[in-house]
Every structure is written in C-alpha cells, then in structure tokens.
Design a protein around this ligand. Structure first.
Ligand SMILES: [Zn+2]
Length: 158
C-alpha cells in the first residue's frame, strides 16, 4: 500500500512513514501533478479537498473530513486495515521504517558513525542506529520510538 498526501496533510504523511508506509508528500504541488503521480505510481491519494477527488480518472483516493492528524490517521488505518510496520504487518521493535522527513528507508550504521551526531546519552544508552542517507537524520531505539509507539497505541485503541 502506497500513498500520496495532499499539501494539507503533511503531519499525516509523517506518521504514515513512521508506520513504514511509502508516502509521498509535497508542501506545494499542482493538483494535476498530484493526481497524475498517484495514478502513475499506483498510490492512493489522501486528501481533504472535495474538488480534487472529482478529477477525471482518479480512482484510488480517500477523502478525509477530520481536522485532527490522529483522527485522520485512525481513519486511514481503519479504512485500509493497515498494520504498523508497513507491508510486513508487524510493529517494528526498533527504529521507524521510513524517514519521517523524506520517505527514504534508513540504513543501519555503526554506533561510531552516529556518535558525533546524536546526544551523548543516546550514544551511550541506545543501539540499532540507522541513518537516512538522503537527509542525514539518525534514528535509534530509544526515547523517540518509545514516544511514537505510545501515541500510536492510543490511536489504535478501539
Ligand atoms: Zn530523511
């Protein structure tokens, strides 16, 4: 399952990436390009724009009414029966599956590589470092994944 989010849904896009779902997002993009990219790449368009979904030829989309990011996330998860962890269907025990900023899959790097770039206590207490080779952001097992997992379990609560 792959998505493309309209320009009003940046926060939702970041959460879907953290869940492991390939989600394109551009803060500025023409409607026509948005729709064409969705079609060409087999992505489901997530949008709040009622006019956009009337575009000719657009088949796979979800129109979201909700204002709140987590309400939107809940609707997306329930509509498509998404399982945390992307296609694998399991909530990963370690870092998020995709970079929340640029949708790239981070690669594992040795702790030594992360050392100059992360807070000292993180270097000392964490392992499983990964780095997004596109934007350079580091991910690790620790407080951040912990926080988002907590938030996520709140979202997934029936
Ligand atoms: Zn990145």
């Amino acid at each position: 399952m792959k998505f493309i989010a309209d320009s009003m849904l940046g926060r939702l896009a970041r959460w879907l990436r953290l869940l492991g779902y390939d989600t394109l997002y551009f803060s500025r993009i023409e409607d026509g390009i948005l729709v064409r990219t969705a079609q060409e790449e087999g992505r489901t368009l997530l949008t709040r724009d009622t006019r956009l979904v009337k575009r000719r030829g657009l088949k796979n989309f979800l129109l979201l009414d909700e204002n709140d990011t987590f309400d939107q996330l809940r609707t997306v998860i329930n509509t498509f029966h998404l399982l945390p962890g992307g296609e694998s269907g399991r909530l990963k025990e370690h870092s998020p599956s995709r970079c929340s900023l640029c949708n790239t899959i981070p690669v594992s790097v040795p702790g030594e590589d992360a050392r100059p770039h992360v807070p000292d206590y993180v270097y000392r207490t964490s392992d499983g470092f990964r780095r997004c080779m596109k934007c350079g952001r580091f991910y690790w097992r620790g407080t951040h994944p912990e926080k988002w997992r907590k938030k996520l379990s709140d979202v997934l609560k029936p």
